[in-house]
Design a protein around this ligand. Sequence first.
Ligand SMILES: [Zn+2]
Ligand SMILES: [Zn+2]
Ligand SMILES: [Zn+2]
Length: 518
Amino acid sequence: MRRDIVEASRKLAVSLDVVDRVCPSCDAWEPRVRCPTCGSLTVEHQSCPRCGLPGLGLCKNCNVETVSYKNKPVDLKQVLAAAVRRVGLAKSPEIIKGTKGLLNKTKTPEPLEKGMLRAGREVSVFKDGTIRFDATNAILTQFRPSEVGLSIEKAHLLGYEKDMEGKPLESPSQLCGLEVQDLVVPETCAQYLLKASKFLDDLLSSYYGLERFYNASKSEDLIGRLVVGLSPHTSVGVVGRIVGFTKASVCYAHPFWHAAKRRDCDGDEDSVSLLLDVLLNFSREFMPDRIGGLMDAPLLLSPLLNPAEIARQALNIENVSQLPIEFYEKTWQGAHPSEVESLVPTLNSNLGNGGEHWTIGFTHPTEDLDNGRLISSYKELPTMLDKVKEQLHLADQIVAVKGEEVAVKVLSTHILRDLVGNLRTFTSQRVRCTKCGSKPRRVPLGGTCHRCGGKLAATVFRGGVEKYLDVATEMVQRYNIREYYRQRLELIKVELAETFKALPVDREQQKLFVADFA
Ligand SMILES: [Zn+2]
Ligand SMILES: [Zn+2]
Ligand SMILES: [Zn+2]
């Protein structure tokens, strides 16, 4: 249940579906690509999952697709001991988290040594073999070396020789324009990546027999190191460079860098990994063999960012440091944005004339990055109800925002869908055995667990289905919501009332009539 490999190794017999590879020199089964005994490359074998007949494509006997794996008895205790020996540890870590089974097509496992070394450094792994830190995107265009913990010497080493006005960078309090692939990461992220760098050094020296690469003992040692940024539901990682740290829980980067990850910089949560980790431990082979299995993985890397190739909307940033008086006058007239476009030059105009110079101006200076809010109230507010309430409260205060429109948007894209979706899940839910934890595909007619006879319990509950009903009702009452949404909510309420109607206590079980074909 805990997916702990050390605990599993204490059992006598473990059998696993695992890739069928054989070392041609030693003639022995070996799930690794390279035989640890003689160093030869191993060869993958395919066979029929039903009758075991070797072959490629369809099995002649059973007409089913052959597979690259076999169910093998595995002596985990011995595998674990061998891995401990190979990386030169005194003993195995107390817990090594694994998975219930391998989800990739060939059922190829990662070398156990990697999991062991990760457990030793208290970092965990993503399904593609890499270590990630998730952080909310935020935009940064200028910074002072002093506010991100960057010394003047290091700033020079990283290429920051002039400030944004073109004067030589001599004091850490001068303002510099952030380079497009440079990042200021949260301190918590740096601490996690520091642990990851120690794991990677362990891996290089004890598993691959190579020199340590990072040799980092504190977060500052990671300044100048390359990372890979990746957005959910995409497959292209963008290379970036750490130049400093922030107390805020956001990953500050140039708007172009977020745009290169296919994000429009509106506060999505993307991940950051050390580049060496991606190069060393990522494998397409580990990715789950199912729809969407290849998503969220750096299948491609984009090492250099070309501003001409990113989404055009990322260039809609004004590059001036003051706005003309006509602009303010137009705002009073409520002019359409297209009318004032020519008054406010944006980065779009840079693109035409060579586009090497990407200076972005600003109208209001700040003192220190960390003087602002450090954590989004969206993260701090505990429940969805609180978040929605605060969002509506804010909408009521801002003149330019209509409360009704926000309410309709939240209702139609989130709350109503959620209510309907949860109701459907409730009526088609699976049950779980309270004793052995098994989840039968259908509810057993006997009413008890078919494996152990234990009691069956629901997995979706009324409270979970109805959790947004009060917010929805309140929103409809408070705002002048369109009739369509008002009625949709009424219909959902009727459906909920029908589903959760109190049942009569003395109700008798109806008999099922089975046709007698005999
Ligand atoms: Zn061999
Ligand atoms: Zn067969
Ligand atoms: Zn059971």
